[in-house]
Design a protein. Structure first.
Length: 290
């Protein structure tokens, strides 16, 4: 559908079958038979938010509420049994299929929580009654209940990360922040999250450019030498990212930034959103009452 300025959105399919949707602006007299659009999609995780699906067109509030309900049910329940874990995975898999998301990238992003959960999980088998360490070590008879607790920590952390990752992967950052604000989250928190999302990408770009510069100037350095050099250049990298962040902020102010990112489409709660929240509530009740 076109507006008065010629701004509209259409879908396009890539060679791998992924369908994306972007806004476009055509000049008057545009003939689609004689002009072809080319789109560049970055490898960043945020590129998944442009995949066109029924879930990507839903209101962000419904996806946030559904993810929160499911995460709370996973966290407050005892360590999930096999049937419960399989049920949660089935729900998340159905969401993944409806969202048309690539499984490998979602798993890779959700696995980012494991380096933080695994050290905590490994401490659980060593803990004995009263907070002391058991004498049998990790594989002693006293560690049996600890391994159950360790499984609960890892499984809950990973399943919760999967639920949040799926919600974020189907919602663009401005829509996600707008949904948080409409749910009553203080504006100062959404503004901080907006800057974190923007400046984290700036930091990643600075790291990437530094790696390219090092590879072009010293292509034969060993990994140990590179690690030592990265340690020396960490301060310079942070300073460069800080300077770039200040330039980005100044550019945003020049373009009328008022504390909130512009949202390219307006969404509202409807029957699909209510169905999504209802499914999340029923799944949470099943986990809690099983």
């Amino acid at each position: 559908m076109h507006d008065t300025q010629g701004l509209h959105e259409h879908e396009h399919e890539h060679a791998d079958g992924t369908v994306h949707a972007h806004e476009h602006h055509h000049a008057r007299g545009y003939d689609p038979a004689f002009r072809v659009h080319e789109h560049a999609h970055p490898d960043a995780f945020e590129a998944l938010t442009h995949i066109s699906s029924p879930l990507s067109r839903m209101d962000a509030r419904a996806k946030l509420i559904a993810a929160l309900v499911l995460v709370v049910a996973i966290v407050v329940s005892p360590p999930l049994r096999f049937a419960e874990a399989a049920f949660v995975l089935a729900c998340l898999g159905a969401y993944l299929l409806l969202a048309r998301l690539p499984l490998r990238r979602v798993l890779a992003r959700s696995a980012a929580v494991l380096p933080f959960a695994l050290p905590l999980a490994l401490i659980a088998p060593l803990q004995a009654a009263g907070g002391s360490l058991n004498a049998g070590g990790l594989f002693g008879p006293e560690a049996a209940s600890g391994w159950v607790a360790a499984y609960g920590i890892v499984s809950k952390a990973w399943l919760s990360a999967c639920a949040v990752t799926l919600a974020v992967a189907t919602t663009e950052t401005p829509e996600l922040l707008a949904g948080l604000k409409r749910l009553g989250v203080p504006e100062v928190m959404t503004t901080v999250l907006a800057f974190v999302a923007r400046y984290s990408s700036a930091l990643v770009e600075e790291v990437r450019s530094m790696r390219v510069a090092l590879a072009s100037r010293a292509p034969r350095m060993s990994r140990r030498q590179l690690a030592r050099l990265y340690g020396h250049l960490a301060g310079a990298m942070v300073l460069r990212a800080l300077e770039r962040g200040e330039r980005i902020h100044a550019a945003m102010l020049c373009r009328g930034f008022d504390g909130s990112l512009p949202v390219r489409r307006k969404t509202r709660l409807g029957a699909p959103e209510a169905l999504l929240v209802l499914c999340a509530v029923l799944a949470a009740a099943t986990i809690a009452l099983y």
